[in-house]
Design a protein around this ligand. Structure first.
Ligand code: ZN
Length: 624
């Protein structure tokens, strides 16, 4: 639950010695060492804080602990403390970066010599480096001493620095083959009654590729996943014991096509349901690229299902991988996408340095003007955003069994189904097995993969059908639900639905049979439809309800280099007891925009708009 609007900014979340060592600032190109120093000083000035506050920013994410060691980083931590005090004068809350997944070992072991034994070992028993950077090593998740050290950092951040929140970066764990991990793995196998536990060795990393795993490999994945979960619980319990309202933000790097549970020990449900805040980091800056509609809806929907709040620090992929927005249209779409789907809008780009050591935002005024327009719009209409919730009637089921046993195939279909729902204007949620009874909140359930459903899951789905639910099963009819044939649609894909590609950015093409799929779904939904949008497939919608009761239909034009006109929406006012469309709000136009009803009273013409607008609907008897 959120009780406030969080409008956040990247505020140099790495200390200057990191940038000097790495030779860059992500997203900035060719900055000289002199200019870097000048920029870094300005980042912390009161003038900058006052400027950001005037723009509407109320949350900063800045540097605190990068993994060099508490002594090494002391001077910059004192600067963070001073920064926090000044931010608080302006009503800005501050998250401090707290490194989890990497240690700058050369400086670190001078301070903590015994840490030479804390690092992860790969299969050849050599310390694992952080993605090839020889000066960064990865701490082993089983080394209690590393967690004890992390506790010292957490304590310093909360009690000495005055931070309002901690931002745990690189919060995942790759496979480790150290003696401690091998011993603990055998204990885990024994505790879970797996055979030959006392002699088992950790399987090779190669065994994590592919889509289905042996029982031993599955046990190894669960072993590491359980460790991540207990780490999250310990961090939470320790941090909250020091400050009950401390905010905890994690970057698990989940937004990817590969099996993150297998290779990085992080599961979508576990992370989301344990975290208060998560980052959506990746290259999925919204827009149309490589003939695909690139979006973050998948991630926002996962966050809504798991109950975490999500901040989008998404990059626009370019030749260097970490691109920043260049046009006002990119800014508005990025902000509108976060706001419409219940995420936290913010700026990852404004304070990044330019070649001349200035802030990017100050050299690109049209971008700042656009951002400010959106911040003001969101603030002026905050009752539409704070604590709003999706009222989709259709859910896409991401079963625990498919996630655990057949991730690759199931997840690819899951992504493609979402892409079709998004581009064919069906409001939807994601439903995890772990959400249990929540299934009964929906009238239609789409199951991408029935092959691996567990008996418990099948039981739950049967009672969903018995209570009137409808099912769409993809490409597999051999599930024993035949007692309700009129409420089941079995759809056999007429094309390959496993074509989502990309590592840092996920590109999902609309398959050639998207219209057939949409037609089948429409038939299944039958008389329970809420609205129909007559618009191109580059328009995306989200149907929500404000905490104050209004129904909201958010409309986003992903092809916003051109204005969109001629969009029509037809409502089924019998459904949800909707009564009337009362307004169309749009950040580009001040004041109310009256809609024109045409043909009959439930069909509305949407006024022309560039990027984003929200239709507000009255409920029948709302004032009775
Ligand atoms: Zn280890």
């Amino acid at each position: 639950m959120k009780d406030n609007l969080m409008l956040w900014a990247w505020w140099a979340w790495e200390p200057i010695y990191f940038h000097r060592l790495a030779g860059n600032v992500p997203g900035a190109k060719d900055i000289s060492p002199d200019k870097l120093g000048e920029w870094y000083e300005n980042v912390h000035s009161e003038e900058t804080i006052a400027y950001m506050s005037r723009l509407g920013i109320n949350c900063a994410v800045t540097h605190f602990y990068k993994g060099f060691g508490l002594e090494f980083e002391k001077k910059e931590m004192l600067r963070t403390a001073e920064f926090v005090r000044t931010c608080h004068k302006y009503g800005i809350k501050v998250f401090g970066y707290t490194q989890y997944g990497s240690i700058f070992w050369e400086s670190f072991i001078k301070e903590v010599p015994e840490a030479v034994d804390w690092f992860q070992l790969d299969e050849k028993m050599t310390p694992r480096t952080w993605w090839g950077k020889e000066y960064r090593r990865i701490p082993c998740i089983n080394k209690k001493e590393h967690f004890d050290y992390l506790q010292k950092c957490i304590k310093y951040g909360i009690t000495e620095t005055g931070l309002d929140g901690l931002h745990f970066d690189n919060f995942y764990s790759r496979p480790c083959y150290c003696g401690e991990c091998r011993k603990k793995f055998r204990e885990y196998l024994a505790a879970n009654s797996l055979p030959d536990a006392e002699n088992a060795e950790i399987p090779p990393e190669e065994s994590l590729k592919g889509s289905s795993f042996s029982p031993l490999v599955n046990a190894w994945i669960s072993f590491r996943q359980d460790l991540m979960n207990s780490l999250m619980r310990e961090i939470k319990s320790y941090a909250k014991s020091l400050k009950s309202d401390i905010m905890l933000l994690y970057n698990p790097m989940l937004l990817h096509v590969d099996n993150r549970r297998a290779v990085r020990s992080v599961d979508m449900w576990d992370i989301g349901s344990n975290a208060q805040f998560v980052w959506a980091e990746g290259g999925n800056f919204p827009g149309i690229r490589k003939n695909c509609l690139v979006h973050q809806v998948n991630y926002f929907k996962i966050s809504e299902a798991t109950g975490s709040r999500v901040l989008s620090t998404t990059w626009k992929d370019d030749v260097e991988g970490l691109g920043l927005p260049e046009s006002p249209e990119e800014i508005s779409l990025n902000m509108a996408e976060s706001a419409a789907f219940g995420a936290e809008p913010g700026t990852n780009w404004l304070l990044r340095p330019t070649v001349s050591g200035k802030f990017r935002g100050m050299e690109k005024k049209p971008l700042v003007d656009e951002m400010q327009k959106y911040f003001h719009f969101i603030k002026d209409n905050q009752n539409l955003y704070v604590n709003s919730f999706s009222c989709a009637d259709t859910a896409v089921y991401l079963s625990k069994s498919a996630r655990y046993h057949n991730f690759q195939a199931a997840y690819q279909k899951f992504l493609t189904i979402q892409q079709m729902l998004i581009q064919k204007h069906f409001p939807f949620d994601i439903l995890f097995t772990e959400q249990g009874d929540k299934i009964f909140n929906y009238s239609t359930l789409i199951i991408p993969d029935t092959e691996y459903l567990s008996p418990d899951e099948k039981g739950m789905i049967k009672s969903f059908l018995d209570k009137g639910g409808k099912l769409m099963l993809i490409g597999n009819g051999d599930i024993e639900f035949s007692q309700r044939p009129e409420r089941i649609s079995i759809y056999f894909p007429g094309a390959d639905w496993t074509g989502a590609i990309g590592d840092y950015t996920t590109y999902i093409s609309l398959p050639p049979d998207a219209s057939e799929f949409a037609g089948e779904l429409e038939k299944l939904i039958g008389k329970d439809w809420v609205f129909k949008l007559y618009a191109p497939d580059t328009l995306v919608c989200e149907f929500r309800r404000a905490a104050s009761g209004e129904y909201l239909l958010h409309l986003l034009n992903y092809k916003n280099t051109e204005k969109l006109n001629g969009t029509t929406v037809e409502f089924n006012f019998d459904c949800l007891k909707l009564k009337n469309c009362v307004d169309f709000l749009n950040p580009d136009i001040q004041g109310k925009k009256v809609l024109t009803a045409s043909v009959s009273e439930n069909i509305y013409n949407i006024p022309e708009f560039q990027t984003y607008g929200v239709l507000i609907l009255e409920e029948e008897n709302a004032n009775a």
